[in-house]
Design a binder for this molecule. Structure first.
Ligand code: AHR
Length: 680
């Protein structure tokens, strides 16, 4: 059969089990709504050891001895005492290491890191410490990276030392180059046998961080973010924005300025799930708002910070008295206005100056601000109002992102949307962690979930705020997390996001990061231990959409199988008669490419014939296919990080009719996601 001359009226049958051909039309000439450059992005929450112990490259846990148990993460021996009149007002604790009276009785402190410290042979690590000799004179600190787990002859993997002098607190640094790779190293600091030394903010970073920054990010993890090509980056959460209670909410002002003086905060994820209890999980804020903005700049994503609206987590705090009283809200509103000044203000403004002092005189050019995470009902609506008034008055160009709460449908959700419309929020942040039938929009799902599946946004009011799908993931009913099948259903759902780019301005997937030894929440996009990482299948789905989001929607339709006259055209969104197919299309003005995404969620290969209307001649379509021939329950792992990943290919497009219109014939494999790029 000559593919080049095949027309769409054909029924395509091969030796394989293939369904009857599905014919689709793409209007390649009439470009539709613009796809927002922010459309596909990332959501960062400090959950699953995403910041400390994850993206933030610091290897020492409890470096300032500020945890409620000040020696959490440390072994101590010899004369070590805790003091609390240190050089950093907001982190006043430090340790005094005094000689024990015998030269062999070493005074030592040893840090365990986060599930150990992952170190690599030949790489450089920067040790730093604030220290002084309280009695004056000089002392020496020896610093060893050790393996005290595998019982070798010599525990030392690498070592260095620093000489401390004088009564004044000073910062000392030294480089260690370990001779062996080890995932569970400890950092041992031991003191002079004759002189007392005070020690504070004990830190160890790989020299090689993302962009080489001293207070930087783990290179492999940050690079994985950049590789998504995200349009927007939402931070710092999630529920941690709200806190378990008001005292533990995320306060951005505590996260800027010198790292040594950023106060510790409790991380609610250390105790939220009693079956995943991590009592050593805190927030040092070493990765703070300045670093978040800088990361956004590095990965070319629009920053979207989210702030507390004065409500602590409403799930846990139901009484009005648990929240900030209306007449006490001003400091929260000020936090919001000050953040905009920090990000965008001139260097002679109070907060703009701090940004400049931290090394970034140019504004970060922030355009969006989220106010409240999963908040609902009157307590939220009435608190949001004064924020909106204040931001509109001072910063009319900033887009305000409100929320419709934690539900994807139902009374509270509707009420939330109504309130956001009334308050003229620019975007509404919707969250949905839902099972397969929600993502596929199948009959079952419709009963329970109302507006679901890839048709969800077709019926949204075009006159109100735009949609921000701020957190979503397919929570498989059989408890599947990042399994191939659920990720594929997310891809199917996203065709509906793409088709509705006129109303959906951005979408960010479930939390970004999870440490395999310390997670609380699944699914997540990127998993890691101390040495390695892997990208989930959902990561690849997000990446395929983000890299090929195009600039404008193209209408992609098929004949409605329910229309006897065969005239009605409908979107391909997995509805009856589509054999599990979902499809959408965009045009990219910058590359001149028509991009088509087809997701086949059925267990059979599907023959498709796509008429590229107003396009002429034969073409080669570049393809990217996400397909897995093993179990649908498979997922990537640390040991098999590339088990499931997209694969490049090509498909020849033929022509049909006198006008030689381009036509794409293909067989989309069972349970696969295929993306086509065709130069116009
Ligand atoms: O991402 C985990 C949690 O899920 C977030 O903190 C919250 O916003 C959502 O409920």
């Amino acid at each position: 059969m000559n593919l080049k001359l095949i027309s769409c009226s054909f029924v395509f049958v091969t030796a394989m089990a293939v369904q009857a051909q599905h014919v689709m039309d793409v209007q390649t000439k009439k470009v539709g709504a613009e796809v927002s450059p922010t459309m596909y992005g990332l959501f960062f929450e400090d959950i699953n050891y995403a910041a400390d112990g994850g993206l933030y490259a610091e290897l020492v846990k409890n470096r300032s001895f500020e945890f409620p148990n000040p020696f959490t993460g440390w072994d101590i021996s010899g004369k070590v005492t805790l003091k609390n009149d240190g050089p950093f007002e907001k982190n006043p604790h430090y340790v005094r290491m005094a000689p024990s009276g015998h030269s062999d009785k070493h005074t030592m402190i040893e840090n365990h890191g986060f599930f150990g410290m992952g170190i690599k042979a030949g790489e450089e690590y920067r040790f730093s410490v604030w220290a002084r000799v309280p009695d004056g004179g000089k002392s020496k600190l020896w610093i060893d990276l050790v393996d005290n787990a595998t019982m070798r002859d010599d525990q030392k993997l690498g070592n260095t030392s620093v000489e401390v002098s004088g009564k004044e607190w000073k910062k000392y640094t030294a480089i260690i180059k370990p001779n062996r790779t080890f995932a569970k190293a400890h950092l041992r600091v031991w003191g002079d046998s004759k002189v007392t030394t005070d020690v504070e903010h004990v830190s160890l970073f790989p020299v090689k961080t993302f962009k080489g920054r001293e207070n930087g990010m783990r290179e492999d993890l940050a690079q994985a973010l950049a590789d998504v090509h995200p349009g927007v980056f939402r931070f710092p959460g999630g529920c941690i924005v709200e806190g378990t209670d008001l005292a533990t909410r995320y306060q951005w002002k505590n996260t800027v300025g010198p790292v040594e003086n950023r106060p510790l905060n409790e991380n609610r994820w250390h105790y939220t799930f009693t079956n995943r209890y991590f009592p050593d999980y805190f927030q040092t804020y070493g990765l703070g708002f300045f670093e978040f903005f800088q990361l956004c700049e590095d990965i070319k994503a629009e920053p979207l910070p989210v702030l507390s609206v004065g409500l602590s987590c409403q799930f846990q705090n139901r009484r009005e008295s648990d929240h900030v009283a209306m007449d006490a809200l001003q400091p929260y509103i000020d936090d919001c206005l000050d953040l905009i000044e920090f990000a965008n203000g001139p260097v002679d403004s109070k907060w703009g100056k701090l940004r400049a002092d931290m090394g970034h005189p140019e504004p970060f050019n922030m355009k969006y601000i989220g106010i409240g995470n999963e908040q609902w009902d009157t307590p939220y609506f009435e608190r949001l109002k004064p924020f909106v008034t204040a931001v509109r008055a001072k910063y009319p160009n900033i887009k305000i992102v409100g929320t419709s709460g934690p539900d994807s449908e139902g009374k509270m959700f509707e009420k939330g949307w109504e309130a956001m419309k009334a308050q003229k929020a620019d975007l509404v942040d919707e969250h949905f962690y839902r099972p397969e039938n929600f993502f596929l929009g199948t009959a079952d799902g419709k009963k329970r979930y109302g507006n679901c599946g890839a048709l969800r946004y077709d019926s949204y009011d075009r006159k109100g705020p735009k949609v921000f799908a701020g957190e979503y993931a397919c929570h498989g009913a059989g408890k599947k997390w990042n399994h191939y099948e659920t990720s594929l259903y997310e891809a199917a759902f996203m065709t509906g996001i793409e088709r509705n780019a006129d109303i959906v301005e951005m979408a960010t997937y479930a939390p970004l990061f999870a440490h395999v030894e310390g997670w609380q929440w699944r699914p997540d996009m990127i998993w890691y231990d101390n040495m390695r990482m892997f990208k989930s299948v959902s990561y690849y789905v997000q990446q395929m959409y983000a890299m090929y989001k195009g600039t404008n929607v193209l209408k992609l339709t098929t004949k409605d199988p329910a229309d006897a006259k065969g005239k009605k055209q409908i979107p391909v969104a997995g509805q009856d008669g589509m054999d599990g197919l979902f499809a959408s299309s965009v045009f990219d003005k910058t590359t001149g490419e028509v991009i088509i995404k087809i997701v086949n969620t059925s267990k059979k290969a599907q023959a498709v014939c796509v008429n590229l209307l107003d396009m002429k001649g034969e073409r080669t379509a570049e393809t990217i296919t996400l397909q897995h021939k093993g179990s649908m329950d498979d997922e990537n792992t640390l040991d098999q990080p590339l088990k499931i990943r997209p694969v490049d290919g090509t498909v020849q497009c033929g022509v049909t009719g006198k006008k030689q219109q381009t036509v794409l014939n293909d067989v989309v494999p069972a349970m696969s996601f295929r993306l086509y790029r065709i130069k116009k």
